[in-house]
Ligand binder design. Structure first.
Ligand SMILES: [Zn+2]
Length: 341
């Protein structure tokens, strides 16, 4: 059988399970600058390479003046600005825009619907990133009651579905996720979530229950939850060394998920081109997360894993110490202080 026109792309993937190398670029759209500054550039690079990427949209706010003031505000930001492993939003968009965005606190996805429609029309995948407030989720996740999170997620899901079509995937802001999120994701029937760094795709669990949906981890990352390319950027790694490091990491697996933020990696379109070139040179095929998920659903459990990821997910991480994947495979994520993920 041959996949013909009009057939979903994953149909083609099912025809050759386990024999090709798959790469997916995951973008978390946290801020309005991700859409205004990053998306047009990423879309152009994708078009040049003839590939599709996966984007997770924060429909709600990404800045929250009240939270900023209550958590030390300027003092906290100064500490983050000195972080040698990550790049703060202020460095990404500059103080004037940071102040403006914080003061206006406009919802991200909700205020830029036209650009997202364009993204979807171009064939990229659009999933959901959290609920109505990225800052509150990132900073106070463990204090929030499950029913509050559930209602918030459900409202954003309804909004995304109405505007762009039902999203297949869900990711939590800052990788702040636990059994409550797994339960919510299962109940709302997403096809997959992306709430893990390292390890292999698996069915996460809540209580004694294994969820039906898949968890697709980020496989290449810097320390904590800092994206690999941003981490290199914070250390001023020369672009040629970044690509050399990437090539080396790519060679360790045939199932790779790299992640970033359009307001940082997306703006560096020359580097992005080099990254895409390295990925295709190493024989990888670009797929969306939804296509990866469909591959997982299609692969019979009796045939073993439909991918070859490193046996320990952390092997591809650099100094990732506070992210844990428990033995039950629920892949819950520890606390992290950064609010940019
Ligand atoms: Zn985020």
């Amino acid at each position: 059988m041959v996949a013909g026109h009009g057939q979903p792309v994953w149909y083609d993937l099912r025809m050759q399970p386990g024999h090709d190398k798959l790469f997916s670029f995951r973008w978390d759209i946290d801020h309005r600058a991700c859409i205004t500054d990053g998306l047009p550039r990423i879309m152009r690079v994708c078009e040049e390479f003839g590939v599709k990427n996966t984007f997770f949209i924060n429909m709600g706010r990404s800045t929250n003046l009240k939270e900023w003031l209550s958590k030390g505000g300027l003092k906290g930001s100064k500490a983050k600005l000195k972080d040698m492993e990550a790049i703060h939003l202020i460095k990404k968009i500059g103080w004037p825009r940071f102040i403006l965005e914080t003061a206006l606190s406009r919802p991200v996805g909700r205020s830029l619907v036209g650009s997202l429609e364009k993204l979807v029309r171009a064939g990229h995948e659009l999933g959901q990133h959290g609920g109505s407030d990225h800052v509150v989720w990132s900073r106070r996740f463990f204090e929030l009651p499950e029913e509050v999170i559930a209602q918030d997620v459900e409202q954003s899901l309804a909004e995304i579905s109405r505007l762009f079509g039902t999203p297949a995937g869900f990711t939590s802001p800052g990788f702040k996720s636990d059994e409550r999120i797994t339960r919510i994701v299962a109940r709302l029937k997403y096809r997959y979530d992306g709430d893990a760094i390292g390890g292999e795709p698996h069915h996460p669990s809540f209580g004694q229950t294994h969820a039906r949906h898949w968890r697709i981890p980020v496989t290449l990352c810097g320390p904590r939850t800092v994206p690999l390319l941003e981490w290199h950027g914070a250390r001023n790694t020369p672009p040629s060394d970044i690509i050399a490091d990437l090539r080396q990491r790519l060679d360790q697996s045939d199932w790779v998920v790299l992640y970033g933020h359009p307001c940082y990696e997306g703006v560096k379109d020359d580097l992005l081109r080099e990254v895409f070139r390295a990925v295709t040179d190493r024989g990888f095929r670009f797929v969306t997360h939804e296509q990866m998920a469909e591959r997982l659903y299609a692969w019979p459990a009796s045939s073993g894993a439909p991918f070859s990821a490193p046996s320990t997910g952390q092997a591809t991480l650099s100094n990732a110490t506070n992210i844990t994947s428990d033995s039950s495979g629920s892949g819950t994520i520890g606390r992290c202080s950064r609010n940019g993920a």
